[in-house]
Each structure stands twice: as C-alpha cells, then as structure tokens.
Design a protein around this ligand. Sequence first.
Ligand SMILES: Nc1ncnc2c1ncn2[C@@H]1O[C@H](COP(=O)(O)OP(=O)(O)OP(=O)(O)O)[C@@H](O)[C@H]1O
Ligand SMILES: [Mg+2]
Length: 299
Amino acid sequence: MLESLDGFSVAATRQNAGRSPKGCAAAGEAAVPALRLTDVAASYGRREVVHSVSLSLAAHECLALVGESGSGKTTIARAVAGLHTAWTGTISLGGAELAVSARRRSGDARRRIQYIFQNPYGSLNPRRTVGQIVGQPLKVFGTAGGRDAARRVAQMLERVSLTSGYSRRYPDQLSGGERQRVAIARALVCDPTVLICDEVTSALDVSVQAAIVELLGNLQRDLGLSMLFITHNLPLVRSVAQRVAVLSEGRIVEVGDVGQVLADPGQPYTRQLLSDTPSLETAIAEAGLAEPPADTSGR
Ligand SMILES: Nc1ncnc2c1ncn2[C@@H]1O[C@H](COP(=O)(O)OP(=O)(O)OP(=O)(O)O)[C@@H](O)[C@H]1O
Ligand SMILES: [Mg+2]
C-alpha cells in the first residue's frame, strides 16, 4: 500500500479521475504538480531538522502532512512559503523552481502560495479593520484598487460566510472562528494556487473546528486549490484530504491515499500515531464532523 514516497504519478492520476472541480486541469496539465519538493533539508543553525524530503502536491489536490510535535511540519511549510530560508534541495511551483526566500521570489510566485497560520489571534493586525486586512494583498500584489478592491473584499467575505458588515470591524471584535474566516478570505483574495493550512483549527473551540474544515474543503474543491493541510488531528485528515504524508523526525515515512493509510498503515510509526489519537468515531462525533462518503475518490 505504500506508494512511492514521491507519490505523485499514481496518486495524481487517481485523485483527479472522476473529479471535476471548477477549472479542473486537462489530463496534460495534471501531469505537472502544483508543488514539488525534491530532497529538501532544513536547519536551524547547525541542527538539521528536516532531512531529504521529497513530496508532490497535485493540481487540485489536498495533501495532509501529519506527524508528532517537532517532526518538522511547520518548518517544511515555512520553507515552501519562503519564510524559513535555511534549506537546501528544490521546491518547484507549477514546474518552476522557487528561490529559497520569499523576498527573492517574484510577486506572482508569492501571490500563488498563501499560508494560513495556526493562531488567528496573532496573525491579524489588531489596528486594521477586516476590510483593510482582507484587501491588503490586493494592494501588495497590485491586483485591484478602488471599487474593484472593495467589491473583491465583499465577495471574499461572503465566500467565507461573513456579511459585508464585518469589513468595518476590528479583529478583537471577532470570535476565533470568525478571525480564522478572515484569515482564509485574506489568503484567497488574490487567487492563489497553493494554500498551506498549518494547524488552522487547533486554536479554535471544538464546536467551530468542523465548520472551518468544511469551509476549507468546499473552497478547495470549488476554487480548484491545491492544499497542504498540516494537522495533528487524524480524523480531520480523513474529512478534508485525499492523500496523507507522514513525517517522523524530519523524514517522510509513509505517503498514501488517506483511506488506505488510516485503515491499514504500512509503518509502525503511523500505527503509533493512530493509536495515540482518539478513535475515529469518538473524534468525529466530538468535532461534529460528518463521516466522509464511502466513495473511492477518497473525498
Ligand atoms: N526557531 C527555531 N529555532 C530552533 N529550532 C527550532 C525552531 N523552530 C522549530 N525548531 C525545531 O525544529 C524541529 C521541527 O519543528 P517544527 O516546528 O517544524 O515541528 P512541527 O512538526 O511543526 O511541530 P508542532 O506539531 O508542535 O507544531 C523541532 O525540533 C523544533 O524544536
Ligand atoms: Mg508546527
């Protein structure tokens, strides 16, 4: 059941078969991964914490990255976004190699990779209104101004189920779930191709986690996004991702279809991760998540 650790060719073909998200790639386009990491190693000072990671994210695919605390998930995500710069290897976006640091990447490359952080309390500027926060990337990337920008902000707020009245509020006038919706709207306002979600529900109350995950799943499908979904919460993986990559001490130890990996893990480390998680049924019930449909596409 263990796919090649790169896992792209088999999985991309299977994941895209029978799926028709908006703008779904033609067969030829699907052959180029949205994101490909080849032999990526990352360090803090002299300590290497991510070792020779190779991984692909297909167009329109959600890949979950799981692993124990400290296994290197955030470091990989920050390297992809060019926020962590001490890394070697190759990261390509749509087939084009990325510079190590976001500062050295083109505006278009930066626009196309967006990051939603774990903590919606720290990631939104408290002195800006919701409208200014969601509209800021439009200014930074020169995508839209004036009325077009205001219209786009209103559209994005609606997409994340916030009324346009929210645009005048400040972050401290919002609940955690609403803040995370604002962060999602900000990430999506400039039409990215790759969305990185790093533990985006772990700071939220359990009662709102399911709604945020459902929103992200719907947006990923409707907008045809490629999503790297980082989480500790394995039941969430099942409800949002098609494939999962398991990270242990900075190395990928298993990559495969979510249904297969969770039902029949090929590695002892994955089995341990699963046994440390509450039973799927308990966690699904607690988070208010619906069981995914039993179709073979794994969604
Ligand atoms: N700023 C830093 N300076 C030094 N070491 C760091 C720094 N950030 C992370 N590390 C170390 O790098 C390793 C990987 O950390 P990372 O944050 O990527 O793990 P993670 O899988 O995201 O963990 P968690 O699930 O707790 O968020 C850990 O050993 C951590 O201690
Ligand atoms: Mg982390």
